[in-house]
Design a protein around this ligand. Structure first.
Ligand SMILES: Nc1ncnc2c1ncn2[C@@H]1O[C@H](COP(=O)(O)OP(=O)(O)OP(=O)(O)O)[C@@H](O)[C@H]1O
Ligand SMILES: [Mg+2]
Length: 269
């Protein structure tokens, strides 16, 4: 695999739900170190597309690769094992659990020795210490108490926990489906900063968002999804926000030669 090969790719993906067509031959490529925004109208198939890579959906047909290897994920667990972490549009945190427990949901650290192996006793102290470190790493200073139940956090802090969880465990790719839809201006800015930090660490990110200024600020490339397919890939430099909206609605078509189908960022480290 060379540096210019995609870390994640999908070809001709089809996913139907009974009579409803979610994906109608969709392609996607994510290159190392980049932030790829995915935009499109409601129902264009953005969530369905990324759910194939999150293990939440199995495509009916088509090919998926991660790091050059063909993959088929049967569960979100499979996708996580492959290094892909997703913050879903419908936020998957457990409100009654504390922050550390949420970070480690599904991959709890057990105590060493007999207690852990036989009674599956959780090593809460270690989880809290490590959760605190993860949040610190991500610069989420407003969450002071790691033992605070997530239901007592603000929407933005909750989102930060979900993003922190993904950032802490995603080893290859992080997918964020509308991470700022419910957030205020300051909280959105913080999530945007997190995305930038992730890119700074060389972690590729897929960001689904309806917020055009945000997309144009943070994305290296912009995948426009329309009617279950990739309609075009543009960049903030090659096209305007008006162009992007026109492509979304089908008012503008872009020749392949004018698209950013390959990487546009120099690959880091
Ligand atoms: N589990 C499901 N069962 C039935 N239909 C579904 C299911 N998931 C998605 N769909 C349908 O597939 C199409 C694509 O949906 P999807 O959620 O991928 O759109 P989206 O681009 O993420 O939209 P939004 O911007 O509103 O989040 C829609 O017509 C939707 O109704
Ligand atoms: Mg969606």
């Amino acid at each position: 695999m060379s540096d210019t090969d995609p870390i994640l790719s999908g070809r001709d993906l089809v996913k139907t739900f009974g009579p409803v067509v979610g994906l109608n031959g969709a392609d996607i490529d994510l290159y190392p170190g980049e932030v790829l925004a995915v935009i499109g109208d409601n129902g264009a198939g953005k969530s369905t597309l990324i759910k194939c890579f999150s293990g939440a959906h199995e495509p009916d047909s088509g090919a998926m690769k991660v790091a050059g290897q063909p993959v088929l994920f049967r569960s979100t667990h499979d996708a996580r094992e492959a290094g892909i972490e997703t913050v879903f549009q419908t936020l998957a945190v457990s409100p009654a659990l504390d922050i550390a427990a949420n970070l480690y949901l599904g991959r709890e650290i057990r105590k060493e020795g007999f207690l852990g192996q036989v009674f599956r006793t959780l090593d809460k102290k270690r989880m809290r210490a490590e959760a605190g470190r993860h949040l610190q790493d991500l610069g989420i200073g407003t969450v002071q108490n790691i033992t605070q139940a997530v239901e007592t956090l603000s929407g933005g802090q909750r989102q930060a926990v979900a993003v922190a969880r993904a950032a802490a465990f995603g080893s290859r790719v992080i997918i964020l489906d509308e991470p700022t839809a419910a957030l205020g201006v300051r909280e959105s800015a913080r999530v945007l900063q997190l995305i930038d930090d992730l890119r700074g660490r060389g972690m590729p990110v897929i960001l689904i968002s309806h917020d055009m200024p945000q997309v144009f600020e943070v994305a290296d490339r912009i995948h426009v999804q329309r009617l279950g397919k990739r309609a075009a890939v543009i960049t903030p430099q090659s096209h305007t926000m008006n162009d992007a909206v026109a492509i979304m609605t089908g008012a503008l078509e872009v020749d392949e030669a004018e698209q950013a189908l390959g990487p546009v960022r120099p690959v880091v480290g």
